[in-house]
Ligand binder design. Structure first.
Ligand code: FMN
Length: 328
């Protein structure tokens, strides 16, 4: 099973049709590389790159993409004005992006006030124009990532059809409203609505469903319940980066393996605050099941956090998986 994104002259195949969501401050290149190495992941997207007063240079976008991976990685742009979008899109192609994604979902007040991210949901004609200009500027496929609405999902069909008819190769729908931020449970019925609308619109394209995946089994469940062509996983991948491997039929991690992954990430992560971010979400291999232990670790220094993971990585040595085969 795969998802094919068709661009002008270039296409991109996502196999399996499971994506890592862009998450600013977390899913930078080291995170993407280490998750992709575990298997089961079809594609990833950079955190949003803001286009403001000048085109984003290829050098900046190359840095955001990081070293090439075996899976396709898209560059995501966030913008309020499309003046520098065509040149930025051309630079993304030069930098090695597999496709270009446009952000119409960020709920942050500062972004919203500047009429970027989810604020554009009030302006489907501008969303369509942005997609159209990106499509004309590059041979790469262009996708749009949007929320179901600002305060209500009443215009969902209009929004997804606007970007599809403007040339988007697929539409990622985050099944929450802007006013929900990240906390409210996702409403998967909205994904089903988007699928129906995009099958019936003048230019039918696939939906990538996002929001509320909590465990590996949810990935298949979301696809079956809603009919989306692919699933994008956000915070559950920070909590358990092995979610993609397990969803693809691979083994769940042992505590030692999960702890080793966390140590590798902390060694590669660009900034110490990321240690706290990881602890906030982490639950791979059943770790940090006690809320008090998580609270204590959240108060620890990055060095103490590393020591906590190192202790668990060492406690169950690498021989652990072999032990399972004894007597087999
Ligand atoms: C810390 C954080 C940063 C995020 N940054 C971005 C971003 O740069 N671009 C984007 O389109 N969405 C961003 N998102 C939204 C996620 O891509 C995703 O849509 C959202 O987390 C819902 O998926 P989930 O319920 O699986 O977490 C971010 C989410 C979080 C929690």
């Amino acid at each position: 099973m795969s998802l094919r994104l068709a661009g002008g002259a270039r296409t991109c195949t996502i196999e399996p049709p499971v994506l890592l969501a862009p998450m600013a401050g977390i899913t930078a290149a080291p995170f993407r590389r280490l998750v992709a190495a575990l298997g089961g992941l079809g594609a990833a997207v950079t955190e949003y790159q803001r286009i403001t007063v000048a085109p984003l240079p290829a050098r900046v976008l190359r840095r955001a993409l990081g070293e090439p991976l075996a899976i396709p990685v898209a560059v995501q742009f966030m913008l309020a004005d499309d003046q520098h979008l065509p040149a930025s899109a051309a630079n993304a192609e030069r930098a090695g992006a597999a496709w270009i994604d446009l952000n119409f979902g960020c709920p942050a007040p500062i972004v919203f006030k500047k009429c970027a991210g989810s604020a554009l949901l009030a302006h489907p004609e501008r969303m369509a124009r942005f997609v159209q200009r990106a499509v004309h500027a590059t041979a790469l496929p262009v996708t749009a990532k949007l929320r179901a609405g600002i305060d209500s999902p009443a215009h969902l069909e209009e929004l997804v059809c606007a970007v599809a008819e403007a040339g988007a190769a697929a539409v990622t729908v985050h099944a929450r409203l802007r006013r929900d931020s990240y906390e409210t449970p996702a409403t998967w019925e909205w994904l089903e609505r988007a699928v129906r609308a995009l099958r019936a619109c003048a230019r039918p394209v696939p939906v990538i469903g996002n929001g509320g995946v909590e465990c590996a089994a949810d990935i298949a469940r979301l696809r079956t319940l809603t009919g989306v062509a692919a699933v994008m996983v956000g915070r559950a991948a920070i909590a358990d980066p092995f979610i993609f491997r397990v969803a693809a039929g691979g083994a769940p991690p042992t505590v030692a393996e999960a702890a080793r992954w966390a140590l590798a990430y902390l060694a590669a992560a660009p900034a110490p605050p990321l240690a706290k971010q990881l602890v906030r979400y982490w639950r791979a291999a059943g770790m940090l099941a006690e809320p008090e232990e998580r609270r204590r670790l959240l108060r620890a220094t990055p060095a103490e956090i590393r020591a906590w993971f190192a202790e668990r990585a060492a406690a169950a040595p690498r021989a652990e998986p072999r032990a399972l085969t004894v007597g087999a």
